[in-house]
Design a protein around this ligand. Structure first.
Ligand code: GLC
Length: 585
């Protein structure tokens, strides 16, 4: 990663040294740019080959015994991430925040919350990460601030202050009646009455998270300057939170009502007038220009649960001028082990009209963990390996969530009074909130699983941590962790897996998902076979049309283990929930 100031300094210095001899300067410049060009052409930008790992900082490693994870804790675990084979970490927000939404309610975009450490700690973490070839990606929350942000304090103070228009203020329809029927994603009306000025403000999420007005140019400038602040400190890009929610219909049309009620007891509605408005793309293009000001190919990742491939494709921009990696929620949320469904979605995104890089994940801080969501209750460990193989062998930039590599499971609170996440309090018992997927990382079998020396960490450590932890699993060659490590190492050593073409096979099979990954001229070809069903299956591959002469495949990684013998392609037996990754020629 480059620090922008250092980059400018280097350019100026080179310029001063070489200006005495212009021909030498020209030669040097052309050599540098040719070499750089050739290198980036051969490799592509780093984020195309990277494996990204999400860290929820409250829960990764506590270094000071207060029961909450912190920056120095992350720094102390960088060796673990390097050895695992991680190229970049995305860290959920660590900005100053009243923590109503645990950091997604920001009260200062250019500082670090003392709970997590200091800016100096942050800089040290970025430096230490860089030494290990790990990039740091910041979470960026443009849709809303905290209601404690000084911008909002000014905005709510009077109808005539300059920052009034930085947020969305409207009159109610009548006494006690909000401006329209829009609902918060977190339950109930999206409008909150503010008695100081007798108007309502709009909040897509909690009432403590007022939405910024992205139609105001000053808001845009302030937010882009905040991005530059972190790029100047050497971050490698941003995961942009809730990006599709940036704009609302200025005419305040009511959203269409759908049948039934949601977990909060409100009527279901389609968020037609508050989601995915076309202006979102204008902002994404502007954000892309901001990151493009910096060397080193900083990346934009968008959080947007796009409903279909057409909407997802739009996120890349018409001219590769928006987001490089839009998260694919369709793949994340298939929520069943369906070979046909995964095949359909993988094929769709592989051929997306924008030619964009797919970006897959299964778990994150808002989703029930994949161990529970894809497991069948009996073979969950084997299924965890199956899902890992799917994530790490398809043509995509994979995104992991801390703990998935050790088979961490979702551990929901059992009593309402233990719930930390406000949506669990509002929606209890139907909606238990997101605490279950945010429990502390399980490092070993010691007190609090090695996460914290505190009496009580902010969320309880699940009982399963005595068996499922980094230390125990590192010693067991059959553990989920050992499997992830082997997969990640194979991705590194096999160019076909990193950036080869994706070629779906046996397109009609109801249970087995299979594909080739291959480099041009078949210089490196990998066959991946994943049995998503609870029965052994026999399939037949005819790869002659792909220029493959072999009649069998040589295993590189298989689970369950199957020895080193090659497997016949014409009579290929794959065990229940089995994974086979092998080479063919
Ligand atoms: C995103 C975050 C989620 C947060 C919400 C509001 O969806 O991932 O954790 O609650 O935005 O900021």
């Amino acid at each position: 990663m480059w620090n922008r100031a250092k980059f400018i300094f280097a350019i100026v210095t080179i310029g001063l040294c070489l200006s005495a001899n212009p021909s030498l300067a020209q030669q040097a410049a052309s050599q540098v740019s040719k070499a750089e060009h050739a290198h980036s052409k051969a490799q592509g930008p780093w984020w195309k080959q990277a494996v990204i790992y999400e860290i929820y900082p409250r829960s990764f490693q506590d270094s000071n015994g207060d029961g909450v994870g912190d920056i120095n804790g992350i720094t102390s675990r960088l060796d673990y991430l390097r050895d695992l084979g991680i190229d970049a970490i995305w860290i959920s927000p660590m900005y100053p925040s009243p923590l109503v939404d645990f950091g997604y309610d920001i009260s200062d975009y250019t500082a670090i919350d003392p709970l997590y450490g200091t800016l100096a700690d942050f800089d040290r973490m970025v430096r230490e990460a860089k030494k290990r070839n790990i990039r740091v990606i910041m979470d960026f929350v443009p849709n809303h601030t905290s209601d404690q942000h000084p911008w909002f304090a000014e905005s709510r103070s009077s109808r005539t202050v300059p920052k009034r228009d930085w947020y969305i203020w409207r009159d109610g329809k009548g006494p006690g009646q909000p401006p329209n029927n829009w609902q918060s994603w977190f339950g109930h009306s999206a409008w909150k009455f503010d008695p100081t000025t007798n108007q309502y403000y709009y909040h897509h999420f909690y009432t403590e998270q007022p939405d910024l007005n992205w139609r105001n140019p000053q808001v845009r400038k302030a937010m882009y300057d905040a991005m530059r602040f972190w790029l100047d400190r050497g971050v490698a890009g941003f995961r942009i939170d809730a990006v599709s929610r940036l704009f609302e219909d200025p005419d305040l049309h009511d959203d269409p009502i759908l049948p039934g009620k949601n977990a909060y007891g409100d009527p279901n509605i389609a968020h037609k007038y508050t989601d995915n408005l076309p202006e979102v793309h204008e902002v994404l293009r502007e954000m892309r220009k901001v990151v493009n000001e910096y060397p080193g190919n900083p990346v934009l990742i968008s959080e947007a649960d796009e409903p279909n491939i057409a909407e997802l494709t739009k996120m890349y921009g018409g001219k590769d001028d928006e987001v490089q990696l839009p998260m694919d929620f369709q793949i994340a949320d298939v929520n069943k082990r369906s070979a046909p469904e995964f095949r359909r979605l993988l094929n769709e995104i592989d051929k997306n009209a924008a030619g964009g890089q797919p970006h897959y994940f299964f778990s994150n801080h808002d989703q029930v963990r994949q161990w529970d969501r894809y497991g069948d209750g009996v073979h969950n460990d084997q299924i965890a390996k199956l899902m890992a193989a799917l994530l790490l062998t398809t043509r995509a930039t994979p995104l992991m969530y801390y703990g998935e590599e050790i088979g961490m499971r979702t551990t929901d609170p059992v009593r309402k009074e233990d719930v930390q996440d406000p949506i669990g309090k509002i929606g209890w018992p139907e909606e238990k909130g997101r605490d279950g997927e945010r429990t502390p990382m399980q490092w070993d079998a010691s007190k609090n699983a090695g996460f914290s020396a505190a009496q009580r960490p902010w969320l309880p450590v699940p009982p399963s941590s005595t068996e499922y932890n980094v230390k125990a699993e590192s010693k067991d060659p059959n553990s989920i962790l050992s499997f992830y490590k082997r997969l990640l190492a194979l991705r590194q050593s096999e160019p076909a897996l990193r950036d080869g073409l994706y070629l779906p096979l046996i397109g009609e099979d109801p249970y087995v998902l299979a594909y080739l990954r291959k480099k041009p001229n078949n210089s490196d070809v990998i066959l991946v076979v994943l049995n998503m069903s609870a029965e052994p299956r026999t399939v037949k591959f005819d790869l002659a049309a792909e220029g493959i002469g072999d009649s069998s495949a040589k295993p590189l990684i298989a689970s369950p283990e199957m020895g080193r013998d090659s497997t016949l392609l014409s009579h290929f037996i794959i065990p229940e929930f089995g994974v086979f990754i092998g080479s063919v020629h």
